[in-house]
Ligand binder design. Sequence first.
Ligand SMILES: [Zn+2]
Length: 220
Amino acid sequence: MLEYFNAHCHFLTASAFVPDNVGAVNNSAKISEWDFVIESAQQSQNIYGAIGIHPWYIDNLPDNWDVLLQDKLLAYPDLTVGEIGLDNKYANMDAQIDVFMRQIVIANALKRGVHIHCVGAWDKIVPILRNQEYTDIPFILFHRFNGVISDWLGMEKVYFSYSPARSLKRVAETPQNRLLLETDSENVIDIVQWTNRVADECKISKNVFVNNAQRMLGNG
Ligand SMILES: [Zn+2]
């Protein structure tokens, strides 16, 4: 039975050891990672795969990258879209927006949830993700969330995920039914220690994180 859920990690291999009581979303950052993310998700019902192009890796994409993404998503109906987003610390925001928007359109058309990386670009992300054109995206997970919680309270499909780098005060301020925890690393099972710390210090039941993840992913 699941006791812990790592809402955002990067295994970096197809066969990381994940105990039966830990669930995870394994995210890719670039095309070369998609296949082992898919393989990892096929090895356990507790592992979910997300494929996409991270804003740090938009250079030198093949011309048909969006067709490749769409074809993989069509071939694997359980996959979601991530890690995608905008990062103001990296160059070429116009190109980042183009790659991001094409992935949002695909996610909406195929009704897949999205795993979002946003650094210093909330002024751009907020209007895109609040746009009524994209209401078929079933969930939005903000990983390492550092935006304004109240911007999103009206959208029930938005979840906020925090890594151990985040202050517990911020975690405690987040509505419990939208709260997720992550390691954002290849150390999937470090989520156990992080979850136990949050549960103890914020007085939150550990079940909250598993329940939220399962609801988000459509299994709750
Ligand atoms: Zn990540």
